[in-house]
Design a protein around this ligand. Structure first.
Ligand code: SF4
Length: 309
């Protein structure tokens, strides 16, 4: 039986919240980072049962490259469980990084002409890749941070959905997390595994209606090659955005007289080549994911803007 023996969530400490109740949607410092996946959804359900929605601030950061089903799932959670979810997107304002609050209705969709991910890449000088996951840092962790700072928070507790069967990822986050964020891993602490998460959702009247390999950004470079090939085979049009950015970034780097190595999502393998490969009948099913919840890596990049309390 699962227990929450090490979970440290307690009722909020209002003294740490500086914004006024009637102006600020953030009424506590228990920040739940909801990725739109089933694991973090399960974590949210357990936190809701433990302390109630009024003691949680739930945030979903939309990159604009998630499947529509992910947005449907976030909307299902907020409406069926009656928990307010703040939908955030990265954007550029006055040539600076910023954030905007959106909703299920107004959030960017992956086939939009310009997504938050595009806004970030238009500013960037290289593409994110396995060695530098600037996308998760900017689009998720820093976007959430900028929003919370703007609401008057200085420090907060962050609840991150990492299971016990992937507990090694907690160590990376703990090592890299800036001082103003106190990370908590209630599922890991309670020994929750993927089997527990799947069992929970199998018993629910709704769930995330896409297979695991379609979670997060559709063709995320951290996904195992077979997953990207599978998605490209099923929907070749999904590759166009990723191929387009490899071309745009290469042209930009060539125009600046720079080496073009940073114009690829994955070193040595273009997405154009992957798309061609995806049309072949045989895939390589042996490659594994680089673990990604947009948490590890994102936290590594979160503390370079002078806020380190
Ligand atoms: S899912 Fe992948 S591509 Fe999307 S923000 Fe996270 S690391 Fe970047």
């Amino acid at each position: 039986m699962m227990t929450d023996s090490k979970t440290t969530l307690e009722p909020p400490a209002p003294a740490r919240v500086r914004c006024s109740d009637w102006l600020c949607p953030v009424k506590n410092t228990n920040i739940v980072s909801f990725s739109g996946g089933q694991t973090s959804g399960f974590m949210l359900r357990r936190l809701l049962d433990k302390v109630g929605a009024e003691n949680l601030t739930v945030i979903f950061c939309n990159t604009g490259k998630e499947y529509d089903e992910t947005l449907d799932f976030v909307n299902d959670v907020q409406t069926r469980w009656n928990v307010p979810v703040t939908w955030l997107e990265y954007c550029r304002v006055n040539d600076e990084h910023s954030w905007r609050v959106v909703s299920y209705e107004t959030a960017a969709r992956r086939m939009d002409a310009r997504t938050p991910f595009d806004e970030m890449l238009e500013w960037g000088s290289t593409l994110p890749n396995v060695r530098g996951r600037g996308c998760s840092g900017q689009l998720k962790v820093r976007t959430m941070k900028r929003y919370l700072l703007a609401q008057g928070l200085e420090t907060w507790d962050s609840y991150i959905g990492i299971r016990a069967d992937e507990s090694h990822r907690t160590l990376e986050i703990l090592a890299q997390c800036p001082k103003y964020i106190t990370p908590h891993f209630p599922l890991n602490d309670a020994g929750v595994t993927k089997k527990d998460v799947d069992g929970f959702w199998d018993a629910q009247p709704f769930k995330l209606n896409i297979p695991n390999h379609k979670g997060n950004c559709d063709l995320c470079f951290l996904k195992a090659k077979w997953k990207r090939l599978s998605i490209m085979r099923e929907e070749p049009a999904a590759a166009a955005w990723w191929i387009g950015w490899e071309r745009k970034m290469k042209a930009r780097m060539e125009a600046a007289g720079k080496p073009t190595g940073g114009a690829m999502w994955v070193d040595g393998v273009s997405y154009e080549g992957l798309l061609a490969e995806s049309q072949h009948p045989e895939f390589d099913f042996n490659e594994h994911d680089v673990p990604c919840s947009c948490a590890v890596g994102g936290y590594r990049d979160a503390d370079d803007e002078g806020h380190n309390k």
